[in-house]
Design a protein around this ligand. Structure first.
Ligand SMILES: Nc1ncnc2c1ncn2[C@@H]1O[C@H](COP(=O)(O)OP(=O)(O)OP(=O)(O)O)[C@@H](O)[C@H]1O
Ligand SMILES: [Mg+2]
Length: 265
């Protein structure tokens, strides 16, 4: 395996914090959480951007109901899309819907750098980056060239998740990106009929956080509405702000704001 080196990371003028949302394994809810978190941060009064760094599988536009192609300024900068108070860039906005992206590493790296440095982000308090799963080319590029303030690792509460989380923790430590903590998604399920709450996949977040000596930033319940909302393009924190999952997301956004401030150099 190539060991990613710590390169010089150029600051992005106008952007205070860059927050990476990552996971070792796919399908744990990174994009769903990134979209909802970004909106929750915007609702706290922050200027927020959302960068869909999943070039092969861009899900963010669909989750935010965004489809307009970004325009390009005379100086060749991409103008981000606007949705739910966020500035958004995604490969999904640049290609036809469902079209495959079949690129090698260097092309990916080029696109990631374009998303960082050739988008008219303007002034942002925080740019949220929704990463693809794992520790591949996108992660290497980002940890090398983006001035990440910190990263959070999303996991589901399964005992098997430990090795996936370990890889993520190892990557961020090796590249000297501050690890802000772990987010446990799909933690519990409350039966809509009898209101009984159960830990469907077991309880692992607390133990994982202890193992890696990092905070457990939040536990988001399993809520079918989160998926339904993602499918309709209206994030849960907008569609049902009072729901327990929304409240957990808002609390998570607050914790992340504090953690970012603490990690800022
Ligand atoms: N807390 C939750 N409750 C119910 N469904 C959820 C929850 N979180 C995510 N989901 C659903 O799980 C599926 C996977 O979520 P999502 O696409 O956000 O994961 P991901 O980690 O970004 O996946 P990938 O690694 O492929 O990018 C989606 O259908 C989403 O709606
Ligand atoms: Mg995703």
């Amino acid at each position: 395996m190539n060991t990613p080196q710590v390169h010089e990371r150029k600051p992005i003028p106008g952007i205070t914090d860059l927050l990476a949302i990552s996971s070792g394994k796919g399908g744990v809810g990174k994009s769903t959480l990134s979209a909802n978190l970004a909106v929750a941060l915007a609702r706290q009064g922050l200027a927020v951007g959302l960068m869909d760094a999943d070039i092969y599988g861009p899900n963010i536009p669909g989750m935010l109901g965004l489809s307009e192609k970004p325009t390009v300024t005379q100086s060749g900068m991409l103008v981000p899309g606007q949705a739910h108070g966020l500035r958004v860039i995604s490969m999904g906005l640049l290609i036809e819907r469902g079209a495959p992206v079949i690129w090698r590493g260097p092309m990916l790296a080029k696109m990631i750098n374009q998303f960082l440095f050739q988008v008219e982000w303007g002034t942002l308090d925080v740019l949220v980056l929704d990463l693809p799963p794992g520790t591949g080319d996108v992660q290497i590029t980002l940890t090398q060239s983006a001035p990440l303030t910190g990263a959070a690792i999303v996991t589901t509460p399964s005992a098997l998740a430990i090795e996936d989380v370990r890889r993520g923790v190892g990557m961020f430590r090796q590249t000297q990106v501050p690890l802000l903590g772990i987010i446990e998604n799909m933690s519990t399920f409350t039966c809509p009929t009898c209101q009984h709450t159960s830990a469907l996949f077991g309880e692992g977040g607390e133990a994982l956080a202890r193992t890696f000596d990092t905070p457990l930033l939040g536990q988001i319940p399993l809520d079918p509405q989160l998926r339904l909302c993602a499918d309709t393009g209206i994030p849960l924190v907008v569609a049902a702000p009072q729901s327990p999952a929304s409240q957990a997301l808002v609390q998570l956004a607050q914790r992340l704001t504090t953690a970012l401030a603490g990690a800022r150099i």
